[in-house]
Design a protein around this ligand. Structure first.
Ligand SMILES: *Cc1c(COP(=O)(O)O)cnc(C)c1O
Length: 341
């Protein structure tokens, strides 16, 4: 697997750190839990989309694009990282934001990622929830093209075979870090949404014969749909990488028990997981993805799903900026303590 065969803009801070979370591991009394810090990829507070965008943006430049268009939910981390990447390359970025939650909270609608989209100079337009957003985006792209712009469109989450190359590469990065220190990884756990992260990882792990099971914790779709999305993208990614046939259907496993009411609606377990990571490890999760991923990790650990001597790697996919769109979900509104006499 030689990803240098593909055009890439090297911009992410790689390799991201791989660190033990000993206070969390101790509190859960289960396996040793490690964290792979893809929240620290270096671009506008970081996150998993940066690895995908290294390949997507290189393709955009190769095609002579002067503008990228992408889409996502209102608090999309992908949109924010795309806006930042475009700024860095000196090209325009236009974003379609889908209202998937119906929230009227001003912080949700204007703070966090939305604030940063505009800070990076992107333009944006809104759509109600439930539309085919990639199709909406293509319609908008055509109007810009008719006006003479060279537009490159990026699907939601940057999840296509080009974007997934970033996570095939991340699988190699993680395994070489483990090999360098003699760490035996028993399982990798992460939040899965638009499927590119899990698809890329599963292809990378299988292509190098790592023999490490991968568990995606779903944040939106039911299990059959989520696994099908990941599997189909993994097949296309393996094809692109020149290793068709490496991924079997049973290599793709998603647990969607932690979605709750729906995408972007935090559950109690998600908020508890965010507080646990913040208070035991000083690490910021997010209420849409990594918080639900961690809620799954914590619950499964408590239920004894992993043996005590195992090493579990939690891939932190980023997203903490979205916390500022969700401050209302946390109740820290009480009075500040009076100064002691
Ligand atoms: C997009 C995202 C994910 C999910 O990754 P996919 O490749 O879309 O499955 C997980 N965590 C965060 C913080 C994200 O922004």
């Amino acid at each position: 697997m030689h990803v240098s065969r593909f055009p890439r803009v090297h911009l992410a801070h790689l390799p991201t750190a791989l660190e033990p979370m000993d206070r969390l591991s101790e509190a859960l009394g289960g396996p040793r839990i490690w964290i792979k810090r893809d929240d620290c990829t270096g671009l506008s507070t970081g996150g998993n989309k940066t690895r995908k965008l290294e390949f997507l943006m290189a393709e955009a430049l190769e095609q002579g694009a002067d503008m990228v268009i992408t889409q996502g939910a209102t608090q999309s981390n992908h949109a924010r990282q795309t806006a930042a990447f475009a700024a860095r390359l000196g090209i325009d970025c236009h974003i379609l934001l889908e209202d998937r939650t119906g929230s009227n909270d001003p912080n949700y609608n204007h703070n966090g990622n939305v604030f940063l989209d505009f800070l990076h100079g992107a333009t944006a337009e809104k759509r109600p929830g439930g539309l085919d957003m990639n199709a909406e985006m293509e319609v908008v792209a055509e109007t810009f093209r008719a006006a003479g712009r060279k537009v490159y469109t990026i699907p939601g989450g940057g999840s296509n075979p080009t974007g997934a190359l970033g996570y095939a590469n991340a699988a190699m990065e993680l395994v070489s870090q483990a090999n360098a220190t003699g760490l035996l990884i028993d399982r990798i756990v992460h939040a899965t949404g638009s499927a590119g992260t899990q698809a890329g990882l599963v292809v990378g792990l299988k292509a190098i014969n790592a023999n490490i099971p991968l568990l995606g914790i779903g944040v939106r779709a039911p299990k059959p749909k989520q696994e099908e999305n990941v599997y189909n993208l993994a097949l296309a990614t393996a094809e692109k990488l020149g290793c068709p046939g490496v991924v079997q259907r049973e290599d793709v496993v998603a647990n969607t028990d932690y979605v709750g009411e729906g995408y972007g609606i935090p559950t109690k377990e998600c908020l508890d997981a965010i507080e646990m990571f913040a208070r035991l490890e000083g690490i910021l999760l997010d209420p849409v993805y990594s918080g639900k991923g961690a809620a799954g990790l914590i619950d499964l650990t408590r239920k004894g799903a992993f043996a005590g001597e195992e090493n579990i790697v939690f891939l932190h996919t980023g997203g903490s900026v979205a916390l500022f769109g969700y401050t209302a979900a946390f109740d820290y509104s009480g009075p500040v303590m009076e100064a002691a006499e």
